[in-house]
Ligand binder design. Structure first.
Ligand code: ADP
Ligand code: MG
Length: 442
């Protein structure tokens, strides 16, 4: 049954999600109405409980009517996420690897295989795949847009690789719009525009990256427009990217824009937490030997939200730095190495917010948290909230005291010390603080 369910899961969630999360699940036991599955780490177990538990339960119930519960346990309690075996390098035939006749070489790392799909990019990804399959398409050109660092160039190269390996004779031309302009201008200067045109217009797949660059460049746009038309009317494929949508491309001729609008316009949005996490896991597969704890991965995914390039850069940086100084990568290490990057991303946490979330967490009233009551069930959360206010905001002790019902700064100081002492021995309190920090910081 478990094998059947596993193949269901693979089909349903796709190989990538399956490999990252579900494949490591092991069947621990089946008794009466409960199935127990083991996941290698707390982190993955949590993730599976939150994202797949209900689906797992339904699938089991469908296979075996007696099953009503699916339990996910941590099987070996490993503390760090296991780094999967490095993947086989992708099989790109030698004939495909050689330098292109024209344009710029494709980056070997940028394949569909290494591209992680999520809500933010699935439209662009599916469109790119369709173009790359080489069958008839009912849209042309494909126009991909999104702000910097979200994977436009990666997808383009992936299309190029796939077309080249499926059709070894195909002429794939990739270049930035800037390069297009430089080549065109120099061809004009040499009075040799004919061979420039020839090289481009005979492409089976032409890809022009970052087309916003030719805004306002009239003669280049003229040439670009004719190139587009020739490629399209010859039934060859055209893929274009820009950092913004056609409507927002100022300084680009209308006839070009309306040509773009005939094709398929697909946007790529900033990755959400889940996608950022999957991308980090994917990148780690390609860094055999690096041991990065699950808490560090989670930390990066939460903190580096701007774009994938920065996310990847941050991971590379901590791994490189740890090799350099021979230190293991833990959360403090990551914070230290990324201090400058994080400063730019850090959101201001307010005392209000801390108070609300702490009250929430301990299921007590906010008014009790701020009151003079000394009952332990409110006094301890109050101390935790003060501790977090000191740690997560730049406010002074007197300031914090005032915000906690007009208390004295020595009270706050005492609370901070007390919590620090207690959490050293009290693992439950320590876990509460870690969780709260995560909740507040999110
Ligand atoms: P853009 O061209 O949109 O500015 P790139 O294609 O250069 O962005 O992507 C920046 C970096 O982020 C590249 O190293 C790329 O491999 C990586 N990247 C972006 N999106 C993804 C994704 N979905 N999966 C894996 N890597 C990604
Ligand atoms: Mg790019």
């Amino acid at each position: 049954i478990w094998q059947t369910i596993r193949s269901h899961l693979r089909a349903e969630y796709g190989t990538r999600t399956y490999d990252s999360w579900l494949k490591p699940l092991a069947l621990v036991s089946v008794d009466a109405d409960t199935v127990t599955l083991g996941s290698p780490t707390h982190f993955t177990a949590d993730w599976i409980r939150n994202h797949f538990a209900e689906r797992l339960r339904l699938l089991w119930a469908a296979q075996s009517a007696a099953i009503q519960h699916v339990r996910i346990v941590v099987e070996n309690g490993l503390k760090t996420a296991a780094i999967p075996e490095p993947e086989q390098p992708e099989a790109i035939p030698a004939t495909v690897r050689e330098a292109p006749a024209f344009g710029v070489a494709l980056e070997p790392r940028y394949t569909f295989d290494s591209f992680v799909v999520g809500k933010a990019n699935e439209l662009a990804y599916n469109a790119a795949r369709t173009v790359a399959e080489g069958g008839p398409i009912d849209f042309n050109p494909l126009f991909l847009h999104g702000t910097t660092g979200l994977g436009k160039t990666h997808l383009m190269h992936a299309i190029g690789w796939q077309i080249r390996s499926a059709m070894p004779g195909a002429k794939v031309v990739y270049m930035s719009a800037e390069k297009f302009m430089v080549e065109f201008v120099s061809a004009m200067r040499d009075k040799d525009t004919l061979s420039f045109k020839q090289k481009l217009r005979t492409a089976d797949l032409l890809m022009i990256d970052d087309v916003q660059f030719i805004a306002g460049k009239d003669s280049t746009q003229e040439e670009f427009f004719h190139t587009m038309n020739e490629i399209i009317s010859a039934g060859k494929r055209l893929v274009i990217t820009a950092d913004r949508s056609p409507q927002n491309l100022e300084g680009i001729e209308n006839r070009i824009l309306s040509r773009l609008a005939w094709g398929l316009v697909a946007d790529i949005n900033p990755a959400d937490y889940e996608l950022r996490l999957s991308i980090l896991l994917e990148k780690m597969k390609r860094m055999p030997g690096a041991t990065v704890g699950e808490d560090v991965i989670d930390f990066l995914a939460r903190k580096i939200t701007s774009n994938v390039r920065e996310l990847e850069g941050a991971l590379n940086r901590i791994v490189a730095y740890s090799t350099l100084v021979g230190k293991p990568i833990d959360l403090d290490f990551a914070r230290q190495v990324l201090a400058d990057v994080l400063k730019a991303h850090d959101r201001k946490v307010t005392i209000d917010e801390i108070q609300r979330k702490v009250a929430d967490y301990y299921a007590i009233k906010l008014s009790d948290l701020l009151s003079a009551r000394r009952a332990r069930e409110v006094a301890r959360p109050r101390q935790v909230a003060m501790f977090l206010a000191k740690r997560l905001t730049p406010r002074s002790l007197p300031d914090i005291g005032r915000r906690f019902g007009g208390r004295d700064h020595t009270t706050v100081m005492h609370a901070v010390k007390r919590i620090e002492e207690l959490r050293a021995d009290d693992s439950e309190l320590d876990a509460d603080i870690t969780r709260l920090t995560r909740i507040i910081d999110a």
